[in-house]
Design a protein around this ligand. Structure first.
Ligand code: ADP
Length: 173
């Protein structure tokens, strides 16, 4: 397979992107010449923002990082990596639970596609942040402003407001 060892993809759902993801992106730019943030969909997770919305939010946040690009994909992650001729996949680690899951994923991807995974540890302050928790907290009215970038926080509040406005009443008609 033809690939560029200086290019990596950072795949994830980013629904929405958190300060933890951004931390991984910043660390990734120290390791790779070109980083493609690859916005996909995890079939095990419910989607709040559309892929287009997620891509737009991330593009805004990395606008000052010339070596980072953002794209969405629908195929298998390893296939997307091959399309980009990426030499590696970048993933973030928060805790031991991540290690177990990511280990399986990395071994599988290496076995089926021969691609390596490079891990970076997040900074301690973001070690507990994950998108699912951010979504759930925000939906229940919790303050998630310290966990996600301000622009994302504003969109999240707006999205929840829209969802409430269009939600069907719980009581039978
Ligand atoms: P996926 O559904 O594919 O796991 P996510 O968007 O949840 O997608 O996560 C993408 C990657 O970012 C994963 O490697 C995950 O471990 C990592 N990640 C998520 N949140 C953080 C965080 N707070 N610190 C470090 N890495 C994180």
């Amino acid at each position: 397979m033809k690939y560029n060892p200086l290019t990596a993809i950072f795949p994830g759902s980013f629904d929405p992107i958190t300060n933890g993801h951004l931390d991984v992106i910043r660390r990734g730019t120290k390791l790779f010449e070109h980083l493609v943030v690859a916005v996909g969909q995890n079939p095990d997770k419910d989607q709040l923002f559309t892929k287009e919305e997620r891509v737009a939010m991330i593009r805004e946040l990395v606008a000052d990082m010339p070596r980072v690009s953002v794209e969405s994909y629908d195929c298998l992650t390893v296939k997307f990596a091959a399309e980009k001729q990426a030499g590696a996949m970048l993933r973030g680690l928060r805790n031991l639970t991540d290690v177990e899951y990511e280990f399986q994923l990395a071994m599988t991807n290496r076995t089926v596609a021969g691609i390596e995974t490079v891990f970076v540890m997040t900074s301690e302050e973001y070690g507990y942040v994950n998108s699912t928790m951010v979504r759930q907290l925000a939906l229940l009215g919790g303050d998630v402003s310290k966990l996600i970038p301000l622009t994302v926080y504003d969109r999240l509040k707006e999205k929840i407001r829209q969802n409430h406005a269009t939600a069907k009443p719980d009581v039978p008609e």
